[in-house]
Design a protein around this ligand. Structure first.
Ligand code: DUC
Ligand code: ZN
Ligand code: ZN
Ligand code: ZN
Length: 483
């Protein structure tokens, strides 16, 4: 059984051209003119692009006294409807759980996945067993370790733990990820705001200013440099963090930044909305920023100082959000976005001229496939690659609405936004997984994608250099005190 995608314009991270694609056994078998096969997908008038990869999701995540509402079933249905064929979720060991035990928990959770999926391992605690199991986690196909610099008293790790874990990553060909916010300062500001009677959702934004993100990003970069390891900064939301990443890259360090579609499009005025529910539904960390930060993030994507657009999809219902009705620190942090990432980025990025089509493919798929070491199996249109494709109609329009979404929550942070440019067909390993409103992939069709250890990379600034003019040491003969 073969499938041919006919008449479309192929758009990859570096090329735009007309050709058909022949798919056999789930892989791309041939690319060229006038191909024939058993089943035909008509792509005339549309773009054929690598399926989206979202490297940042939290399905059924135990968090802030509840679980995020989209599980791997509804969450990956939303992904397919949005043109995303691979998701990478965060496996988070509980306080009494080892990394390998947590991996088993996450494999079970991911059983119903409809997209292919990978995991990042959360360094939620630090100790000998964690250190010992890290190479086994990499052997199991997970080459990235996430560190929360915020959520004090829960997920947060300290600098000494980060340095030890980053150094371990360097040894085993893994890459650390950071949620960069100064958790001590956030905790202090939260208490202060609450004690002054500022208990509403806007307090969430006041307690997490851009400065706390900038400081933590700089600190994580320094620690990564001293440990001699690349670094991936998740949900880069502001100029302060972007600036730190830019500066590090200019010095030759492999530091990557990941803006979210929410931060690119939505701003802090959402928290001033008179409707408590409206504001609380948009509470996530980092919070939305003022518009000047959006300009910085767009510029970073265009110039290459930021590489990836993700969602941090972590959806909570309105009822769950109301856990924080009288205390913003108890509003579960997280928003959705998986279903809308491509359409919103196209509408706000490509149709406005901020990004080229090829840049769009790079930041939604190809760059992260390379960073996560799954390219070219994922993230490209090449003979031999998995046939994960999206047929994207640049003329199709819709108004985003929670009423028609696949996500399990009762609202959408992009509600009412008119988008132009939509994924109309999503193909996952050669099968039509979504077509014009219908998710066709079954529960459990998704496969785990192993991501092997990275090749060793040069240490960045920390490499030892012989001094050209060694300093003359003059010995005075005065004994050191206490000797
Ligand atoms: N931020 C969120 O908003 N939700 C999940 C975790 C995170 O860091
Ligand atoms: Zn985070
Ligand atoms: Zn509202
Ligand atoms: Zn997250």
């Amino acid at each position: 059984m073969t499938l041919v995608i006919k008449g479309g314009t192929i758009v990859t991270a570096d090329l735009t051209y007309e050709a058909d694609i022949l798919v056999s056994d789930g892989r791309i078998a041939q690319i060229g003119p006038d191909l024939a096969g058993d089943e035909i997908v008509d792509a005339s008038g549309a773009y054929v692009m690598p399926g989206g990869i979202d490297p940042h999701t939290h399905m059924e995540m135990p968090f802030m006294g509840t679980f995020s509402a989209d599980d791997f079933d509804s969450g990956t249905a939303a992904a397919l409807a949005g043109g995303t064929t691979m998701t990478v979720d965060f496996c988070l060991p509980g306080p009494d759980e080892s990394p390998l035990e947590a991996l088993q928990t996450w494999f079970q959770k991911a059983g119903p996945a409809r997209t292919d999926y990978g995991f990042h391992m959360g360094v939620t605690w630090w100790g000998r067993q964690f250190f010992d199991e890290m190479p086994k986690v990499v052997e199991a196909g997970v080459n990235t370790f996430k560190h929360f610099m915020a959520y004090k008293g829960a997920l947060m790790v300290n600098d000494d733990e980060m340095f030890a874990s980053f150094s371990r990553c360097a040894e085993i060909g893994a890459m650390p990820l950071v949620h960069a916010e100064n958790g001590d300062v956030v905790a202090f500001l939260q208490q202060k705001l609450m004690s002054e009677g500022n208990d509403g959702p806007e307090g969430h934004a006041y307690s997490r200013p851009p400065e706390v993100e900038g400081e933590a990003t700089n600190r994580a970069i320094m620690i990564a440099d001293q440990a001699g390891v690349p670094l991936y900064v998740v949900h880069t939301s502001c100029e302060q963090s972007h600036e730190a990443i830019r500066r590090a890259r200019q010095k030759g360090m492999r530091v990557y930044g990941e803006p979210l579609i929410q931060h690119l499009v939505l701003d802090e005025s959402e928290y001033a909305h008179p409707d408590w529910d409206h504001a609380a539904r948009r509470v996530m960390s980092p919070p939305f920023r003022d518009k000047s930060h959006q300009d910085s993030l767009w510029a970073g994507l265009a110039s290459g100082s930021l590489q990836v657009v993700a969602t941090d999809h972590c959806a909570f219902t309105t009822e769950q959000k109301r856990m924080g009705l009288n205390d913003f620190t108890k509003i579960p942090n997280g928003t959705g976005g998986l279903e809308d990432r491509l359409a919103v980025l196209w509408t706000k990025g490509v149709t406005t001229g901020r990004l080229t089509m090829n840049e769009f493919v790079a930041v939604t798929s190809t760059n992260i496939a390379k960073i996560l070491n799954v390219y070219p199996r994922k993230g490209g249109i090449l003979v031999g690659a998995d046939a994960d494709l999206v047929i994207f109609d640049p003329a199709a329009t819709k108004r985003i609405s929670a009423k028609t979404q696949k996500s399990a929550i009762d609202y959408n942070v992009f509600e009412g936004l008119e988008v132009t440019g939509l994924p109309v067909i999503t193909i996952s390993r050669g099968k039509i997984a979504y077509k014009e409103g219908d998710v066709r992939a079954e529960k459990g069709d998704g496969r785990f994608v192993e991501r092997p250890a990275n090749a060793p990379v040069n240490r960045a600034l920390s490499t030892w250099k012989e001094l050209t003019a060694p300093r003359k040491v003059v010995r005075t003969g005065i004994p050191m005190s206490g000797v």
